[in-house]
Design a protein around this ligand. Structure first.
Ligand code: IYR
Length: 222
């Protein structure tokens, strides 16, 4: 079959093996400093920063290059307030009966509860929606590997946030349908993650977690 896609040369600088090695180590060391933070400073972050972060996230690969995501960036105080109230109402139910004992036990390490002040304190909330289909000329067109694609985009978003010197929390208030309502999203968009972004609060603390060693997370077949 005749290929209708236009192909263009792949242009990227090619590094020597020793440079590849040092770059791989540098990036690991940078990313290994990333921590999920739950206490934010209210210091403002320019809209242009958030735009750059979202542009980076949107470079992620996606099924059939459909880019099945919408990033809603919220700094509007009234909307943040509405999101906080709705999230706290759901989380109250989670912490008082909806989450099984084992789950509550697993969360003790993080000292979380139903109170989510960061939803109003962080200067920006990035609410990520996955698009299960697109509307093209009034017709439904399916997207593919939507969860994988949007997960990848969120990974790049978190890396970009960390690389810029900011912090984030991957928050999953559950159920999340209220986000689509508050932000008036169309029917094809389903909430995926709620990510507050900002500077960390002064003297904030993080749990003393250890990451798994390489041999616990990988198997090499040489
Ligand atoms: N969504 C709740 C509970 C929660 C669940 C997991 I898994 C976490 O890693 C942390 C919290 C909350 O945000 O409090």
């Amino acid at each position: 079959m005749k290929q209708s896609t236009t192909f263009i040369p792949y242009q990227r600088e090619i590094f020597a093996p020793e440079t590849v090695l040092s770059k791989s180590l540098d990036f690991y060391q940078l990313m290994n400093q990333r921590r999920t933070v739950r206490e934010f400073s209210s210091q403002l972050i320019a809209k242009e920063v958030i735009e750059n972060l979202i542009k980076t996230a949107s470079t992620a690969p996606s099924g059939a290059h459909k880019q099945p995501w919408t990033f809603c960036a919220v700094s509007n105080p009234d909307l943040k307030h509405q999101i906080r109230l709705a999230a706290e109402a759901e989380e109250y139910e989670n912490y008082h009966g909806r989450m099984p004992e084992e789950w509550l036990e697993d969360l003790k390490l993080f000292a979380t509860d139903e109170h989510k002040p960061f939803l109003e304190i962080a200067p920006w909330l990035i609410v990520v929606f996955r698009k299960i289909y697109d509307e093209v000329d009034g017709q439904k067109r399916n997207n593919y590997y939507v969860n994988e694609s949007v997960g990848l985009a969120c990974g790049l978003l978190l890396a970009a946030i960390h690389q810029a010197g900011l912090v984030a929390l991957t928050h999953t208030p559950s159920p999340m349908n209220f986000l689509a309502k508050v932000l008036n999203r169309p029917a094809n968009e389903k909430p995926f993650l709620l990510i507050p972004v900002g500077y960390p609060a002064e003297n904030t603390q993080v749990p003393d977690l250890k990451r798994k060693d390489l041999d616990e997370v990988s198997v090499f077949f040489e």
